[in-house]
Design a protein around this ligand. Structure first.
Ligand SMILES: Cc1cc2nc3c(=O)[nH]c(=O)nc-3n(C[C@H](O)[C@H](O)[C@H](O)COP(=O)(O)O)c2cc1C
Length: 207
């Protein structure tokens, strides 16, 4: 905020209307909305956690890369979720990045609880044995990121689980002929908390 603009009075001749300062004009063109989790866009990931025969899946958008060396991912999980206790006990988790074809599964894993249903079965998803952690990944997701929990930070409604990336699996089908990951082949999509929409990624931009 331009602190000089706060309480500033424009100089005006007697009988003349004060014209708004540049910052006042800008403020008039914007509505103030309630503080909230409005940052956009957000990823949609399917986090799998627990023993291989009893593992659960939870859809998360509060998820981000948060450190490069060592590579770390943080996920925010509401304390009342079934997955919350599983995450605390397992000490590890797998962040699975879905493609557009898995949108329905993402919605099911984000609305049903593992207390009531086996989401692997309901969504016809296949547990994939992990290399470095106990929690299995999801075979149908093109990118699986195995994480070991390093820290749990209590924030409020959600706790932040910070995991160190231990192994990454990427499907051959989403690689180019040169063996590089292809965003187009992955069919990525995002969630916009501000508007409640899912959106696929648009065309590549070149600066
Ligand atoms: C797109 C989407 C994103 C979500 N993001 C989060 C999140 O970041 N943290 C969270 O605790 N719940 C999130 N949820 C809600 C949980 O996925 C949902 O409550 C789920 O049913 C919990 O499953 P569980 O009880 O088996 O753990 C999200 C749901 C959707 C559909």
């Amino acid at each position: 905020m331009d602190s000089c603009a706060v309480g500033r009075q424009a100089q005006k001749a007697p009988g003349e209307q004060a014209s708004p300062t540049p910052s006042e004009s800008v403020m008039k063109m914007k509505q103030l909305i309630d503080p909230g989790t409005v940052m956009v866009p957000c990823p949609v990931v399917l986090v799998s956690v627990g023993d291989k025969d009893k593992a659960n899946i939870i859809t998360l958008s509060w998820a981000a890369n948060v450190c490069s060396e060592p590579p770390m991912i943080a996920i925010g999980v509401r304390t009342k979720r079934h997955s919350f206790e599983l995450l605390r006990h397992a000490g590890d988790f797998v962040v699975n990045v879905p493609s557009r074809t898995l949108l329905k599964a993402a919605v099911i894993c984000g609305t049903k609880s593992g207390r009531d249903v086996d989401k692997f079965k309901v969504c016809k998803l296949t547990p994939q044995p992990s290399l470095k952690v106990k929690s299995p990944g999801i075979a149908e997701c093109p990118l699986n990121i195995e994480c070991k929990t390093r820290q749990i930070v209590e924030l409020g409604s959600h706790h932040l689980f910070i995991g160190q990336v231990e192994a990454v699996h990427i499907d051959d089908k989403v690689l180019t002929a040169k063996g590089e990951p292809s965003a187009a082949k992955m069919g990525l999509f995002v969630f916009l908390p501000l508007t409640g929409e899912y959106r696929s990624l648009g065309a590549q931009m070149k600066p």
